[in-house]
Design a binder for this molecule. Sequence first.
Ligand code: PEP
Ligand code: MG
Length: 575
Amino acid sequence: MTFKTTGIAASDGVAIAKAYLLTEPDLTFKKVEGQDPKAEGKRLDEALAKTQDQIKVIRDTAAESLGEEEAKVFDAHLMVAIDPELIGQIKTTIDSEKVNAESALKEVTDTFISMFEAMTDNHYMQERAADIRDVTKRILANLLGVELPSPATIKEEVVVVANDLTPSDTAQLNRKYVRGFVTNIGGRTSHSAIMARSLEIPAIVGTKTITDNVEKGDLVIIDGLDGEVIVDPDEKTVKSFKAKGEAFHKQQIEWAKLVDAKTETKDGVHFELAANIGTPKDLDGVLNNGAEAVGLYRTEFLYMDSENFPTEDEQYDAYKAVLEGMNGKPVVVRTMDIGGDKELPYLKLPKEMNPFLGYRAIRICLNDEGMFRTQLRALLRASVHGQLRIMFPMIATLDEFRQAKKILLEEKAKLKDEGIEVADGIQVGIMIEIPAAAVLAHQFAKEVDFFSIGTNDLIQYTMAADRMNQQVSYLYQPYNPAILTLIKHVIDSAHAEGKWTGMCGEMAGDQIAVPLLVGLGLDEFSMSASSVLKTRSLMSKLDTSDMKELAAKALEQGTVEEVTALVEKATSHLD
Ligand code: PEP
Ligand code: MG
């Protein structure tokens, strides 16, 4: 039976493929006493053998499709699944307590996990705890006869259906086979959505109930242009969405003609059009879409992709690859922004009531200076390979900026003392994503080299609306006059001090927002690579003096609807 629902259109395009369910299966069981130890031991052996085989397959597929580095975690899992000490203790428990294998497995692995997790200053042992947790889940699933999803092994075209996709789940998706994804939760600026845009696959988030309404193998249509999902569609519907997908593809071909064009308005004013990346792998998208710079490199993904803190050399290699890949064009690298929805399993942070308002980003870096200094050294060393700009995230106070900059200058001086070359004139800027910094932009502007407005967070903090919560996603209002007023103050403050302002939040690529931002005089627009060409096309049709007038009128409106209507009216004659 056909099922239709809607969600938040998170990444453009249309996908039609079979569903792959990435959901947590039910692994509950009861402890049973008085069992035959021999029979339970045999069940355990069979589950272990199956687990080992599965991990080997996953490991090999992951190495082939995602690369050796990504596959390493499965080597560690295999070590756990054959560990004689661990298996020995489970068997002893079965023998002595005469309990079912599930219960013995859980009892022993829980002890190991809590022992390793208690070693808070030993990252290696903490990682082993995570490995044991993963492998236990798999052995348990095999004992219970339940199938576990393993996205790394996907080998046919699918649409991934999930409750949510964490950034690390998203990183495991194979770009070759995953046609799109749809989730129950999330908003347009949750990181799964941002990553979908950099993978350039259609995505819909925040449908609330999709996982309850689709089964493995069902045909699913995802319309990432309008946020519609259709499960088990009839032939006529498939045909019409195929046509819609093809029309979008044709439009993309038109935009692609602008790949080497200048970014200029109709009256010849240039704006810098940049792209956001999460890993050096995203550079292809940046270059293929003709971006003039990297306006935001989210370095936290380097930390999240790794089993342990990336070393200074590993970081240097990644930064160098991006700087060289951009061939002298500017690259704004943001120091790590862990926290919020971006967790780092090996950095044991206490569970918080409000992670987006908690201990994150620069707040961690200024407290755990060692980690911060390692990143800064790697960046400074890499600076000779291109045009590096360094940016600090989540700055709330001038003090935080001064402390961060002081540490940066100390590391620079140390490197110079060691005879290591560092580029001159590296610009140092901040993200404006906390309202307090936006309000005081005129003071910050005297000390920073540039601003980049992070509207994903700036909007969530200004509107007090969690960016991950679809229930309040109507408050994600980029064109709300309150937001526009803050943006204007930031841009004007920078200009008054001869500095520049960019924007790297999703708003920069929003086609209603672009005319307003052109009117407000934003200097640099940084967005998902997939939005660059359509934005270049739109800008070429705009006249800056008309847009200035439009922005001035928009600032006088009371509601987002009024602003939207104004923009639509002002741009309706274009094309
Ligand atoms: C932002 O907050 O707008 C931003 C660009 O950073 P992130 O989305 O990574 O929080
Ligand atoms: Mg942010």
